[in-house]
Design a protein around this ligand. Structure first.
Ligand SMILES: [Zn+2]
Ligand SMILES: [Zn+2]
Length: 188
């Protein structure tokens, strides 16, 4: 993705510890199948490193990003907006030696990423993964979302339906579960 790609050929030729800082500002976009409603912005530091057992070296990307992502409300299915901010750390390995142009041994780092063959570092996939991790398991459009009617599907945030009285308040459902016929008899 434009704005998340950096050419690191020059940095790869520098000694361990050399670094660059880059500001990131990507206009609202989609990343994977997630829609972002706000710009993706922050900073990334690109650091020349030589991980153990990896003679060709690598680039460690240390970033801090914020954005607002959308998710489907788990009760009413409307789009809900979630501000997310996260720090990330991702290691990028060359596929080609920057000086000789020869292919280098593939890296053995399961969590690592490949640089492109022309030494471009692309933060898109690492960013996508971190946004997904930052999203709640059960997104809600609001804490008081009334959800959809289980009988007719009407959105109860917007309209009433004839099934409302028939259903017990979901917050009381656990209490009803305690009232099995046995316990009812004891109470009587
Ligand atoms: Zn909702
Ligand atoms: Zn209904």
């Amino acid at each position: 993705m434009n704005g998340l790609r950096f050419n690191v050929a020059a940095l790869l030729k520098e000694p361990t510890g050399a670094s660059r800082e880059r500001a990131i500002r990507v206009p609202p976009t989609t990343i994977g199948d997630r829609t972002l409603m706000a710009p993706l912005q922050g900073m990334v530091k690109l650091l020349r490193v030589v991980p153990r057992r990896n003679q060709a070296g690598a680039i460690l990307a240390l970033g801090e990003l914020t954005t607002t992502a959308t998710a489907e409300c788990s009760r009413c299915l409307a789009a809900a907006a979630y501000p997310v901010s996260f720090a990330f750390e991702a290691t990028y390995y060359p596929q080609v030696d920057v000086v000789t142009g020869c292919p280098v041994m593939p890296h053995q780092d399961d969590l690592g990423f490949d640089l492109s063959t022309n030494h471009e570092l692309d933060l898109t996939e690492a960013t996508r993964q971190h946004i997904e991790l930052a999203m709640p398991m059960q997104p809600l459009c609001s804490a008081t979302c009334a959800g959809l009617c289980a009988m007719c599907g009407r959105n109860r945030n917007h309209e009433r339906c004839q099934h409302e009285a028939a259903e017990i308040d979901p917050r009381l459902a656990p209490l009803r579960a305690l009232l099995t016929p046995d316990t009812l008899q004891e109470i009587v």
